[in-house]
Design a protein around this ligand. Structure first.
Ligand SMILES: *Cc1c(COP(=O)(O)O)cnc(C)c1O
Length: 389
């Protein structure tokens, strides 16, 4: 089976791991963590990075340091991986779920702006949703598929309502917005994941990147048990969200090759696009027809995941995915929205026509950075066979 997206570990990973073992620095102390934070910040064009145990831990910490308090609302897209909503829950806050825009599949700034104007009161220095009286404590766009949200629009909204802007950039390392890297995309803080299926991995891990030294040093303090002195003195109820030296060692080796990973993802995406657009034009009348994933004019996507949108089909009965699997291709459906997940079925929800129409038709195709040309050809052949004949 050609897998969907697996790690590519053929660089210095083994050497750096050996070094961890030789020096016995396998846990929370060791030089790779500092090195990873420094190199990651530089790559993201950010002032600083705080390495964390996971993308979810990074999101929880970022929301917390930006003032997301129990009972408040965090505006986010319904269509995301469940970790986005779970991080909000970990702050004892409540997700307020919105639709995405067609152009980017990311949170729609116009719908957010309208809801803030129409459904909220400005009082006591805060923004309160009239219907439930809860304060809106943050806006949390998600960079779907590694494609940035329209961040200029969100910056304007957040400035005019004085609401923190946090980006779930979990899978978007290497993406840019109007030629700016993650650190310059105007979120107060951006959160990354280095889980095994992302564009690069540290085994498991995440990071918060940004430019506000005060927020980032508070995040570092909290993720490392809020220790204020050498001898078991702590000044806050902190978290144990440290990345280990072993994880950072893998992360450092991966980061050395991030440019190659991004260009490999781009090439795979381009190849599927070319093959499937051609197919679309010539096969209109036989079987399924497909369209590509979005690429907004202002975005450079890292193409973390690539695939096709079925024009009329529906993946929910599992038949199409099973047909790919029978032919050795590990295609998969994509995220099921939060309003259809039992933990978030009762969260405040705006209408989601675009999400509802899209998500059952999005099929992701194998796109590991080390996918061979031959494997890519197999994916295209099988896609034509399953979807178009
Ligand atoms: C992967 C992912 C996360 C969670 O990251 P973990 O490291 O698995 O905790 C959060 N949000 C999005 C959009 C993701 O793709």
């Amino acid at each position: 089976m050609i897998p969907l997206a697996v790690p590519n570990l053929s660089g210095n990973e083994a050497q750096y791991l050996q070094e961890c073992i030789r020096t016995t620095f396998v846990s929370s102390v060791g030089p790779f963590v500092d090195r990873f934070e420094t190199e990651l910040a530089a790559y993201c064009q950010a002032n600083a990075a705080v390495a964390c145990a996971s993308g979810t831990a990074a999101l929880h910490t970022a929301l917390h340091v930006c003032g997301v308090e129990p009972g408040s609302l965090v505006i986010m897209p319904s269509w995301t991986f469940i970790a986005t909503a779970n991080a909000v829950s970990q702050c004892n806050a409540v997700p307020w779920l919105f639709d995405v825009e067609e152009e980017s599949w990311c949170l729609d700034p116009r719908k957010v702006f309208e809801a803030l104007k129409r459904d909220c009161d400005l009082r006591d220095g805060g923004v309160f949703r009239k219907k439930c009286g809860r304060r809106v404590s943050a806006i949390l766009p998600v960079y779907t598929l590694g494609h940035p949200a329209d961040m200029d629009a969100f910056r304007e909204i957040c400035d005019s309502f004085s609401i923190p802007l946090i980006a779930d950039a979990a899978a978007a390392l290497g993406a840019s917005y109007k030629s700016n890297g993650l650190g310059k995309m105007k979120a107060d803080l951006s959160c990354l994941s280095f889980n095994g299926n992302k564009i690069m991995t540290s085994g498991g891990g995440g990071a918060i990147v940004g430019n506000d030294e005060a927020l980032l040093s508070r995040a570092k303090h909290l993720t490392t048990t809020a220790r204020s002195g050498a001898d078991y003195t702590h000044d806050e109820a902190g978290f144990n969200y440290r990345m280990t030296n072993v994880e950072a060692a893998i992360g450092c080796a991966q980061l050395e090759r991030i440019d190659a990973f991004v260009s490999s993802k781009q090439q795979i995406d381009q190849r599927y696009r070319n093959a499937l657009l051609k197919v679309k034009g010539s096969n209109r009348n036989r079987g399924e027809s497909v369209t590509p994933f979005p690429l907004a004019s202002w975005a450079f996507s890292n193409c973390w995941l690539t695939g096709v949108v079925l024009e009329t089909g529906d993946l929910r009965d599992g038949k199409i995915v099973a047909a790919f699997h029978e032919r050795g291709v590990g295609a998969r459906p994509f995220w099921k929205p939060m309003h259809l997940q039992s933990p978030y079925a009762h969260a405040p929800l705006e209408p989601t026509p675009i999400t509802d129409a899209l998500w059952p038709r999005v099929l992701t195709l194998p796109c590991s950075t080390n996918l061979s040309l031959e494997e890519g050809a197999t994916v295209i052949r099988v896609a034509e066979e399953v979807l178009l004949s």
